[in-house]
Design a protein around this ligand. Structure first.
Ligand code: CAO
Length: 415
């Protein structure tokens, strides 16, 4: 039995943030019924198309383990079907633009009237406040949540990151909120609203940068490269390039072949506990006792010198050799892995984190499976549904409509 078996999710999500949340719930065994507009569906089905006529990878990779029901909720019978779904399901998840659900006639009050146990879970760009009515996409959230202002190099513009912390990150936050509300409902017998604003989710993930903002009042941030470079700090947490965010200084360093391979780099952390091992590996045993290098505090103003000396060594090794040499010595290093390398990594295939899926329209493709492993709830990754693939099945099996009733609704354009 899967962990969330028996939990019915009315999945009103689209694009990325909401679908990543419901996909996770689907991986854990919930029955996820994705509601889409007839003939249109989730906009991502036809975005960034790589195989003509087939659902895009954008859609397929965000919508595994779901059933697709087409429903026009702006028709009378569409509204009736939605009402029955609200009564039948445990959780309704949505990431419409602010106010869209109310305009559809499904206010929180109405939903509670229909089903007091219903949990209504929403992603919005912003929480209550001056921007609550704004539409938001990934990069806007990264900018408004403090990630962009603290990412990149000090002398360059703010940068967005490749990791989709605004969308997929908020989807994760929302999934946690949903299972928490389900747990609470066991005791209270009632549903509640769960809100995960994207700005808040990004800020949560940028928490250490708010830590640094406050530390600035006590003096310069000594683990930032700019401290050693003698560059004054301004009023806000600056961009710190590839400096390690923690108390153990680290950098990205070139490895053998970097001139021709954009990913021939390693991350290297000068963890204080293994400083002596680092000195031996890089051929600087004299640094172990040298006043300028022997303590973490002495090294902080000299990080550029420290890392350029370490880089002279890493440039003689491949990123994998650096790993092989440093790991037995407990020196924390990590190769910069490309998407190509990750796609081909056998251990990720074995754990089900990278999965090959077969799809009737597009054939085989790779996806990321469930990144969280439960020992008693194994995940089978099932391909994303075609638009409306399960309309008849859901209407008859879940809601008890007869074939004639379904045909009439189809005639009317409601499903
Ligand atoms: N039947 C009938 N109408 C439907 C429907 C259905 N099954 N599903 C959706 N609709 C309607 C909605 O009711 C809405 O109509 P109104 O504007 O008349 O009320 C309309 O479709 C458009 O919905 P939307 O406003 O959510 O979509 P959009 O393309 O205009 O905006 C987005 C997209 C993502 C910017 C917006 O949904 C949003 O800000 N969401 C919250 C934040 C979020 O999740 N952002 C991340 C998205 S991933 O990068």
């Amino acid at each position: 039995m899967k962990a969330l078996e028996g939990v019915k999710i009315l999945d009103f999500t689209h694009v990325q943030s909401g679908p990543t949340c419901t996909q996770l719930l689907g991986f854990f065994g919930a029955d996820v019924i994705k509601v889409e507009r007839p003939g249109v569906g989730d906009a991502t089905r036809k975005q960034l198309v790589d195989v003509e006529g087939a659902d895009s990878l954008y859609f397929t990779m965000l919508n595994h383990n779901k059933r697709s029901l087409t429903l026009n909720t702006k028709t009378e019978s569409g509204k009736q079907v939605l009402e029955r779904l609200v009564k039948e399901c445990d959780v309704m998840v949505e990431n419409f633009a602010p106010g869209a659900l109310d305009r559809m006639g499904f206010t929180w009050e109405r939903i509670q009237e229909l089903n007091p146990k219903m949990i209504l879970a929403s992603v919005k760009g912003f929480g209550p406040g001056p921007y609550e009515d704004c539409k938001v996409y990934e990069n806007i959230a990264q900018c408004a949540g403090g990630s962009a202002s603290t990412t990149g190099f000090r002398d360059g513009p703010p940068l967005v990151t490749g990791a989709q912390i605004g969308d997929s990150g908020t989807g994760l936050h929302l999934a946690l909120g949903i299972v928490t509300a389900l747990y609470h409902r066991e005791k209270s017998g009632r549903g509640q609203k769960v809100l995960a604003p994207m700005q808040d989710g990004v800020l949560n993930l940028s928490r250490v940068k708010l830590r640094d903002q406050q530390r600035l009042q006590a003096g310069p941030l000594k683990e930032y490269s700019q401290y050693g470079e003698g560059i004054e700090f301004g009023e806000a947490t600056p961009r710190a390039g590839n400096d390690s965010g923690g108390g153990q200084p680290g950098r990205i360093l070139k490895c053998l072949g970097w001139e021709n391979d954009p990913d021939s780099y390693t991350y290297f952390i000068t963890q204080a506990a293994v400083w002596e091992n680092i000195c031996d590996v890089i051929g600087k045993p004299e640094w172990k006792e040298h006043e300028d290098f022997k303590t973490p505090a002495a090294r902080l103003p000299r990080l550029n010198q420290v890392f350029s000396t370490i880089e002279e060594w890493t440039m003689t090794k491949t990123k994998y050799e650096v790993m092989d040499i440093c790991n037995p010595l407990n020196i924390p290093v990590g190769p910069i892995l490309s998407m190509k390398e990750l796609a081909e990594e056998p251990s990720l295939r074995e754990t089900g984190t990278i999965v090959e899926v077969d799809h009737p329209e597009r054939g085989k493709y790779l996806t990321v499976g469930c990144p969280v492993k439960l020992s008693d709830s194994p995940v089978n990754v099932e391909r994303s549904p075609l638009l409306g693939e399960h309309t008849d099945e859901v209407l008859s099996d879940v809601l008890g409509y007869s074939a004639a009733e379904v045909a009439a609704m189809r005639e009317e354009g409601a499903v």
